[in-house]
Design a protein around this ligand. Structure first.
Ligand code: B12
Length: 218
């Protein structure tokens, strides 16, 4: 038996949902930080699952089941993220996984972290056309439009956010924040994004910075 994080990694790789959930409870009872547990436990396990998928050791059913196990564990961890409470909002964000892409684990973690930091987050889910994201941003008067892409093919829709906003003459109303495994900062800048986050904790720092900029700071 290793540390609890090692056990979480194994449970994720072994596609053991019951154990994944039990370990999430145990980690919280031990007073661990929920984001640490996700980042250094479940997400690491999921990375190994991805490697096994790439080398044909695992197939889609295993990947789907381990994603379900991770989702169930995150549900347990959710209430333990420090909540700033409902005082003043840091800003309003609409978030989605981009059209054609069903991968929502990363986006869900980003959402939880942003909410815990005091942002109001409207989550449109996965496989969301850029136009829907923009319409929602309009409807809720969002400050930031955030999008996730995990497939290199669906990443191709991301530049549309900035270009469609441009066409509508609304580009200056929103900050655009991009993320997801295949996205790199330089590319994000080139396609008109204002910010890029490598992981969920960086997403929070970037969103704060974008709000500062939007509210007239530097
Ligand atoms: C789980 C998984 C699935 C699950 C998804 C379940 C779900 N509900 O999400 C299922 C089984 C559905 C799936 C399906 C497919 N998958 Co898949 N999948 C994965 C896997 C194993 C893990 C992805 C994951 O969840 N990682 C964990 C999360 C926490 O990490 P993350 O997404 O990167 O998110 C973090 C950061 O990127 C960042 N972030 C994410 N979003 C955002 C957004 C913002 C705004 C910011 C700031 C930050 C940010 O913060 C997050 C948290 O820290 C990867 C392999 C891998 N190594 O990544 C393959 C992988 C992504 N899949 C792949 C493929 C090919 C597919 C399929 C096409 C397979 C098929 N033949 O059908 C389908 C596509 C379905 C579709 N249309 O989307 C390929 C992609 C190849 C490529 N380069 O495009 C990968 C890389 C596997 C591989 N090695 O081939 N998959």
């Amino acid at each position: 038996m290793g540390t609890i994080l090692e056990e979480i990694i194994s449970a994720t790789v072994d596609v053991d949902e019951e154990k994944s959930v039990a370990l999430a409870r145990q980690a919280m009872a031990d007073g661990m930080e929920p984001f640490e547990v996700i980042q250094n436990g479940y997400a690491r396990g999921m990375k190994i699952v991805g490697e096994k998928f790439a080398t044909l050791e695992y197939f889609l059913p295993e990947v789907m089941l381990s994603a379900d196990a991770m989702t169930a564990a995150i549900e347990v961890l959710k209430p333990y993220f420090k909540d700033r409470g409902k005082q003043d909002s840091r800003g309003t964000i609409v978030i989605a996984t981009i059209q054609g892409d069903m991968h929502d684990l990363g986006k869900n973690i980003v959402k939880i972290m942003l909410e815990a930091d005091g942002f109001v987050v409207h989550d449109l889910g996965a496989n969301v056309p850029v136009r829907d994201l923009i319409d929602k941003a309009e409807a809720v008067q969002a400050d930031i439009i955030a999008a996730s892409a995990i497939l290199t093919t669906t990443m191709a829709h991301m530049p549309d956010i900035s270009s469609i906003l441009d066409e509508l003459g609304m580009r200056d109303r929103y900050m655009i924040m991009l993320g997801g495994a295949p996205v790199i900062p330089q590319w994000a800048r080139e396609v008109g994004a204002d910010g890029y986050g490598e992981d969920a904790s960086e997403a929070v720092a970037v969103a704060r910075r974008l709000m500062h900029k939007k509210r007239g700071g530097e």
